[in-house]
Design a binder for this molecule. Structure first.
Ligand code: NDP
Length: 330
């Protein structure tokens, strides 16, 4: 099978020479396994951390081995009772054209609800991150004013729409281009700004007005987190989902200089991983399917064609060239 390997560890921004397209033989299918032809692979920011050789919540990628990550594809051979040829399945052996996977490590994509790619995005890990991060981690309540950074991205765009659907009094988003800001307003955000135009703190203050914000869903960290701390109301809650502003950093970033505001404002800052939110997966799937069906929530995808272009897709993701979920179609 053709696969994308990590050829060297990026220092700072990843470059094409950090990746390699290689051809390796497929292992023989064993009892309990399925052979999947991957149709879409998920391109995710957390992969940047796994390219460093440091201990983290997920193991570093090995050099000269295929990368892995979420994928959806079609079962083309099966030696498992519960999976048959033709099933669409989600699994973790992306970044290759064909994968031999333990059937127990696959979940069925309910393609009667949505196209296969949605199970990597709105109906998959991305959607659960948005749903559980907002409702369970940040403990969103109807009437809250919400700010989400990375708002035109896969997770962020869902967070804003879920907040609106659940009765937010105001939803504010930030993103990195005028086109993305316009898209957020189309998606129903009450206000949106381009963080490149002026300091985040000034723009957030102006967008929030007297009302302030009660919840901050942080995808970015850095200046965005610092701005949110200064605009959050007493008793405000922060879901710490990601810190993409620092993923390519070669030096440790400065902490928010105003962190002590968390004391006087009695804030709650909670980090989370979607892997720790699986107990909400069934509730999420049912609600999200309903929201997609009735048009309450819509999602964007940026689709790059061809496995050989997957490294480019990853670099583009970190550079903000995606709107909504970044995917590679094989
Ligand atoms: P996105 O679709 O949001 O893509 C990443 C976006 O980040 C880019 O499009 C870009 O948009 C923005 N970005 C890049 N660099 C910067 C920067 N320096 N400052 C501000 N924005 C930047 O990806 P996802 O939706 O998949 O992920 C969003 C966040 O959620 C990430 O931080 C990710 O690590 C995190 N995450 C966490 C999970 C968890 O379990 N905790 C699970 C899944 C995701 P722009 O043009 O606006 O700059």
């Amino acid at each position: 099978t053709r696969e994308i390997q990590l050829a060297s560890r990026p220092v700072g921004r990843p470059a094409p020479e950090n990746f390699r397209l290689a051809e390796t033989p497929l292992p023989e299918l064993q009892d309990g396994q399925v052979l999947v032809r991957n149709q879409f692979i998920s391109v995710d920011p957390y992969m940047r951390g796994r390219m460093n050789d440091v201990k983290s919540y997920s193991a570093p990628f090995a050099l000269d081995k295929a990368l892995d990550g979420g994928a959806v594809g079609e079962v083309i051979a099966s030696r498992a009772d519960n999976r048959k040829v033709g099933d669409a399945v989600v699994h973790q052996l992306g970044w290759r054209e064909y994968a031999v996977v333990d059937a127990g490590a696959t979940t069925r994509a309910r393609t009667e609800l949505a196209p296969p790619s949605a199970f990597l995005g709105a109906l998959g890990m991305t959607g659960l991150t948005a749903y559980a991060g907002l409702l369970k981690v940040a403990e969103f309540r109807a009437g809250d004013a919400v700010f989400v950074s990375g708002a035109a991205g896969a997770v962020g765009s869902l967070v804003g729409q879920i907040a609106k659907a659940m009765g937010a009094s105001r939803v504010i988003g930030s993103a990195g281009s005028p086109e993305k800001v316009a898209r957020l307003l189309e998606l129903g955000f009450d206000a949106a700004f381009n963080y490149r135009d002026a300091p985040v703190r000034d723009q957030l203050k102006a967008a929030a007005g007297e009302q302030g914000i009660d919840v901050y869903f942080d995808n970015v960290g850095g200046d965005h987190l610092e701005a949110a701390l200064s605009v959050l109301n007493v008793g405000g809650r922060v879901a710490m989902c990601g810190a993409i502003a620092q993923y390519n950093a070669t030096e440790p970033p400065a902490a928010p200089r105003n962190l002590a505001l968390a004391i006087g404002k009695q804030l709650t800052l909670r980090g989370f991983l979607v892997s720790g939110q699986r107990q909400h997966a069934a509730e999420f799937a049912e609600r999200m399917a309903g929201w997609l069906a009735d048009g309450t929530v819509s999602y964007d995808e940026t689709v790059v064609e061809g496995l050989e272009n997957a490294p480019r897709a990853f670099m583009d993701l970190l550079d903000g060239r995606n709107t909504g979920k970044m995917l590679v179609r094989l």
